[in-house]
Design a protein around this ligand. Sequence first.
Ligand code: SF4
Ligand code: FES
Length: 273
Amino acid sequence: MSEAKTNETVHLTIDGREVDAPKGAMILDVARGMGIDVPSLCAHPGLEPFGACRLCVVEIQKPGWDDWYKQLVTSCLYPVEEGLKVWTDSDEVRQNRSVVLDLQMARVPESDYIRELGRQYGVEKTSYAERDTKDTCIMCTICVRACEAIGRSAIATLSRGPDKYVDVPNKDACIGCLVCASLCPTDAIPFTANDNGKRRIWDKEFDLVTDERTGEVLGTPEYLAHVQKRAEGNGLVWPETLKQESAKVKRYEYARKLSRVADVEDRLADEAK
Ligand code: SF4
Ligand code: FES
């Protein structure tokens, strides 16, 4: 979570617009707060920044630098500074994003989401050798970090280099909360949320508990037990905590929408109609 650590503010310029922002806030969050659309893949407003995808790059210039000199930085990890100038959509920025997307298109050739983003940056087809796979995981690790925050740290990255992948090494640890699948930017985690009273994810099948009065699905027994245990451990009241937890998962899902390029989602949704 990239939150400001103090009440101090700094004055800076983003795309020619002046703004006062909390000291310690990240460029990405400040730009988005101004309504500027900076694309990202591994950032999520509810999670600590990770800096893996480099799609959020922007150009910066600090006071005192020569006029011609600018630097590219990852905006999700770069805090705002007094007098900073930022460009979020310069030729240099677009060129760098197109390289990132060119590589991602080779990694996950079946991902509509990455393909559509690539198109926005002029990459119709990857210039690298495509992987022969239907897997659409881009190794952003949002699922791993979200599982740590909401679930039971069941998901891990395994292997190394280009063979790296995410999985649930200990199936018992997964509680079927679905937070990983619902936040995955490329829908790489297959699941069924409610198929005749059963839920399936990570090759595991779960029962579902429903609210007797409303018929609303409350979650899997494992998820409810997890929330209850955490509530009791924190001296909180059960079952009120369940409502708070459900709201938290919903907030995470909502935040995911904010963190994605809305355009792409809308277009893909239109195409699916
Ligand atoms: S499965 Fe999805 S959320 Fe997890 S690392 Fe891959 S792309 Fe990211
Ligand atoms: S590196 Fe910033 S969003 Fe991925």
